[in-house]
Design a protein around this ligand. Structure first.
Ligand code: NAD
Length: 239
């Protein structure tokens, strides 16, 4: 694949998904059997699961924290951080991933639209901001409470909840001229719509991943391959 030019007038919006962290050893969401690390999503990642079984939800996210703490950023994370440093003020990263691997690779202008594994927040949505929390809880008794009395829950957007930072994300998509999407199956909304919004605003759109996503038809380029192998050489920043 010849490299794709990023021109001086371009503004870049990047969307990443679980596939970008696959080469760091973190399992993707829909690997093959509809399970995520052995769990059914409706048992661990919905508001109903939280109401019914907060201990089970914390057991799942504690295991994700333990795995995330061991994982290291891979060449895909570093390639995106490198691109940001070459495009000061013209690069925005939106990740669906809740791990912190983009930041650990050096990305700074980013949002976690589905939350962050290393934070917790009040289950009552009382208005207090999320707090940093790396704890791996062995039981629900260990989980702290907010000053308002609500139990702390993972700072994760459960299925059926509103993604975070949507006004900022929409603004950035509206002014992007190049959208790069990597490692996401195109099955979780609204993220799967972003490519359509970018196309409607006239942007070029590039997908990187080993399989075509469900929304492949909306991309101007689909580059098949692992993000850690493809992204480091894919873009040429023109001056
Ligand atoms: P998904 O599991 O639905 O899709 C993963 C995609 O990654 C697939 O299309 C697959 O072909 C692709 N892929 C696999 N290996 C790859 C590689 N080496 N390079 C590039 N692509 C690769 O994941 P999704 O679309 O991100 O949606 C899942 C949801 O689950 C997200 O909302 C996310 O918040 C959450 N999630 C996060 C993490 C994480 O933070 N690391 C992990 C799993 C799930």
């Amino acid at each position: 694949m010849p490299s794709i030019s990023i021109l001086p007038a371009d503004r870049v919006f990047v969307l990443t998904g679980a596939g970008v962290s696959a080469e760091s050893g973190l399992p993707t969401f829909r690997a093959s059997d509809g399970l995520w690390a052995g769990y059914r999503i409706e048992d661990v990642c919905t508001p109903d699961a939280w109401r019914r079984d907060p201990a089970g939800v914390w057991a799942f996210y504690s295991a994700r924290r333990a795995a995330g703490q061991k994982a290291q950023p891979n060449p895909a994370h570093f390639a995106l951080a490198g691109l940001e440093s070459q495009l000061p003020g013209r690069f925005f990263l939106c990740t669906q991933n809740v791990d912190g691997l983009h930041e650990r690779a050096g990305s700074t202008n980013l949002v976690h639209m589905h939350g962050e594994l290393a934070k917790s927040r009040c289950e009552r949505e009382c208005g207090r901001p999320p707090v940093e929390d790396h704890a791996v809880y062995a039981s629900l008794d260990e989980v702290g409470h907010c000053p308002c009395g609500g139990r702390l829950r993972p700072h994760i957007v459960f299925f059926g909840e509103m993604p975070l930072e949507m006004p900022r994300i929409e603004r950035e998509i509206g002014r992007a001229t190049l959208m790069i999407v990597a490692g996401t199956s195109g099955s979780v909304y609204p993220a799967a719509s972003f490519v359509h919004w970018a196309r409607a605003a006239g942007a070029r759109t590039v997908y990187v991943g080993p399989e075509e996503p469900l929304n492949a038809a909306a991309f101007t380029h689909v580059v098949k391959g692992k993000a850690g192998e493809v992204l480091p050489g894919l873009f040429q920043v023109e001056s």
